[in-house]
Design a protein around this ligand. Structure first.
Ligand code: GDP
Length: 399
């Protein structure tokens, strides 16, 4: 992210080590990353030496009615920065916070009040607060930055690499797809111009297909499937779904609201009905780039990774390689079993989802990747699975 690294020039007697603090304010949690860098030579880029990570649930948008609690969350996480960064370095260590779908889903005014609280906590901290410290990142930048990160970390951005890989990121509130089209037609036939973004990296310009579907993150889309997203009468309504076992009842929180959910005791449950319910939410919304009918290499991460681990499709440490159809097959097995037994973690309804942590954390999806909602293939394809960090030590996502 621009500005993450302070100026490379430094006084001769200065330490070769410097720090930078990044907050990822997601819809389901707020995370702090404290990076330790070592200056390279005068011509070289700094080297990442260490990363400290911590997270708190729920995300800032849960405090839309009590913004000071958002400030409290950030204040708690700043303790990690204070412990990690030596006191003498505090005033030259920059703080940044970028919010994603949780805040994008709120009204501009409610989001502004939350960010104001964060800014206040930053301003009263002993750290460096640059001008653009606190903001909402737009979906296009979220998709592009994930694409750059994955391709950089997998070695596809070096001078000798002839191809790149696509990314699929499933957050709680939004989901992103980004890839470098092979066909001119893909760029020319996008539904609207903002599916295409040009990005310059080390003397090359990449014209990327990228889109962020707001409201189609795992949590938001699940609420939409239940008919609960934006609904009135949450105090008395129970949202029913054939995606849940008939006798199942629970409460589930997202974005500061609590929803009562249940199976349909008088109806049916199982894969087919559930599939039809979900289809109503995504049909006509998801654009399907034609060239993804061929086999393409995608890395998918965030909830794609978590759910693949929960479903027993991949190893939580090694990650793995999957085809889209593996998800479908497992979904059928789980959903049909679920009609008889309590829900499997593959379809949890609690906010406290299991997070399986991985130092590497990626899955590669092989095979056909067409986003074929019309072909009974509800998964937008790709290579599944890579958390936002590769090569960093395992760490708890939840406190
Ligand atoms: N390990 C790890 N996982 C992350 C990080 N940021 C987000 N995630 C994953 O992203 C998912 C939640 O996305 P979130 O950021 O809350 O939703 P968004 O606001 O829609 O992007 C979960 O699967 C998290 O495990 C991170 O920094 N580290």
């Amino acid at each position: 992210m621009g500005g993450l690294l302070p100026s490379l020039s430094r006084p001769a007697n200065h330490s070769r080590i410097f720090y930078s603090v990044m907050f990822d304010a997601g819809s389901t949690g707020t995370r702090i990353h404290v990076y330790t860098f070592i200056h390279g030579g005068s011509e070289e880029l700094p080297v990442l030496d260490n990363e400290m990570f911590h997270s708190i649930k729920p995300g800032l948008s849960a405090y839309a009615d009590s913004p000071e609690m958002a400030g409290h969350t950030v204040r708690m996480l700043l303790k990690v920065a204070k412990k990690t960064v030596p006191r003498l370095e505090w005033k030259r260590t920059p703080l940044f916070l970028r919010a994603t779908a949780g805040l994008r889903l709120l009204s501009a005014e409610r989001a502004r009040l939350l960010l104001e609280q964060v800014q206040h906590v930053f301003d009263e901290s002993p750290f460096l607060v640059p001008d653009d410290s606190v903001s909402i990142m737009n979906g296009t930048n979220e998709g592009i930055l994930a694409w750059i990160s994955v391709n950089y970390l997998t070695g596809h951005l070096n001078a000798h690499s002839e191809r790149t890989v696509g990314i699929l990121d499933l957050g709680g509130g939004s989901t992103q797809i980004t890839f470098l089209p092979k066909l001119r037609k893909t760029i020319e036939s996008v539904p609207v111009a903002d599916y295409v973004a040009k990005y310059d990296i080390s003397n090359s310009t990449f014209e990327l297909y990228t889109y962020s579907y707001l409201g189609n993150g795992l949590m938001a889309a699940r609420l939409a499937t239940l008919g609960a997203l934006g609904a009135e009468g949450l105090e008395w309504r129970v949202f029913k779904s054939s995606c849940l076992p008939k006798k199942f009842r629970d409460e589930w929180s997202f974005g500061g609201l609590t929803y009562r959910v249940s199976g349909d005791p008088d109806g049916l449950a199982g894969y087919k009905l559930c599939y039809q319910e979900v289809l109503k939410v995504v049909k006509g919304i998801i654009h399907q780039p034609h060239e993804l009918q061929d086999s393409n290499v995608f890395y998918a991460f965030s909830y794609y990774f978590d759910r693949a681990v929960d479903a027993g499709l991949i190893d939580g440490v090694q990650g793995g390689t999957l085809e889209v159809r593996d998800f479908k097959k497992r979904a059928k097995e789980v959903c049909n079993k679920m009609t008889k037994h309590p829900p499997h973690p593959f379809f949890p309804v609690h906010g406290h989802d299991l997070h399986h942590l991985s130092a590497q954390g990626w899955i590669r999806l092989q095979g056909e990747h067409r986003a074929a909602v019309d072909q009974e293939s509800e998964q937008r394809g790709g290579q599944l699975g890579f958390r936002r960090h590769v090569g960093s030590p395992p760490r708890p996502e939840d406190l």
